[in-house]
Ligand binder design. Structure first.
Ligand code: NAP
Length: 247
């Protein structure tokens, strides 16, 4: 599954799942655009790690919720590597509250980054992916988009919104031979779950048939397959990577 010569833009890839994806693709020889919003130092470290592993990397600061910044990220990508073959919409946030307490601001913030960011990035890189040989759009959703989760009405709505979006773009892209898929991770050991009390995590693990949380590598390995030319007949799918949570 060599990624040599393929240019991959991964949003939110200075840390967490995005970082794992960036390093996996980089280790297979990809040209990687490491996007960050605020974690500049971590982004530079990620770029170094990719180059050491044999890939090429450039960092691009952009808040995915701000269209002009995403446009600038596309310019950085084009200048460094030319047009993109793969876009991974990974950047995401939570702003949890029981629904009666949830503010409109918390709702909008989650929509702006998780769905608005996906809109901005997909539109900016649409022509690149359409015209690429084996172009790939990969959206990182969540098991929460399927199952819901207490206190996450905003996040669950955004993450299930990604499913319909992905299927629609898959239909549009199909005419040009590119694909669009979602990956729906289960609970994964990153900063995002760091504030979840250990007791709650234990309860979550008790409900996972494989009896552990996901590691970023578990998610990155599936994304790497989808990003490769070997997944060319898979499109419009939601691939669950959740240790069997919905069995
Ligand atoms: P994380 O550790 O909190 O990292 C989030 C990443 O997103 C950071 O790199 C952050 O960049 C970036 N980001 C946030 N807002 C951004 C914005 N407006 N513009 C650009 N980048 C932005 O999260 P994670 O656990 O790796 O999650 C990655 C994705 O997987 C998210 O979409 C999340 O919803 C999804 N997911 C996570 C889990 C889980 O259990 N961890 C489960 C299912 C799905 P900066 O640091 O530069 O701000």
């Amino acid at each position: 599954m060599s990624m040599e010569g393929r240019t991959c833009v991964i949003t939110g890839s200075a840390r967490g799942i995005g970082r794992g994806i960036a390093e996996h693709l980089g280790a297979k020889g990809a040209n990687v655009v490491v996007n960050y919003r605020s974690s500049e130092e971590a982004a530079l470290e990620a770029a170094d790690a990719i180059e050491t592993a044999g890939g090429n990397a450039v960092t691009a600061q952009a808040d995915v919720a701000v269209r002009e910044e995403v446009e600038h990220m596309r310019e950085i990508c084009h200048e460094a590597f030319g047009s993109a073959d793969v876009l991974v919409n990974n950047a995401g946030i939570t702003a949890d509250d029981q629904f009666t307490e949830m503010t409109r601001e918390e709702w909008d913030r989650v929509m702006d980054v998780n769905l608005g960011g996906m809109f901005n990035c997909t539109q900016e890189f649409y022509d690149d992916i359409w015209n690429a040989d084996e172009g790939r759009l990969i959206n990182i959703s969540s098991v929460v988009g399927k199952q819901g989760n207490f206190g996450q009405a905003n996040y669950a709505a955004a993450k299930s919104g990604m499913f319909g979006f992905t299927r629609t773009i898959a239909l549009e892209f199909a005419q040009g031979g590119s694909t669009a898929n979602c990956v729906a991770p289960g609970f994964t050991r990153t900063d995002m779950v760091e504030n979840v009390p250990e007791k709650v995590l234990d309860r979550i693990v008790a409900g996972i048939p494989l009896e552990r949380l996901a590691e970023v590598e578990d998610i990155a390995a599936v994304v790497r397959f989808l990003a490769s030319e070997e997944s060319s007949y898979v499109t419009g799918e939601v691939i669950d990577v959740n240790g069997g949570m919905d069995l």
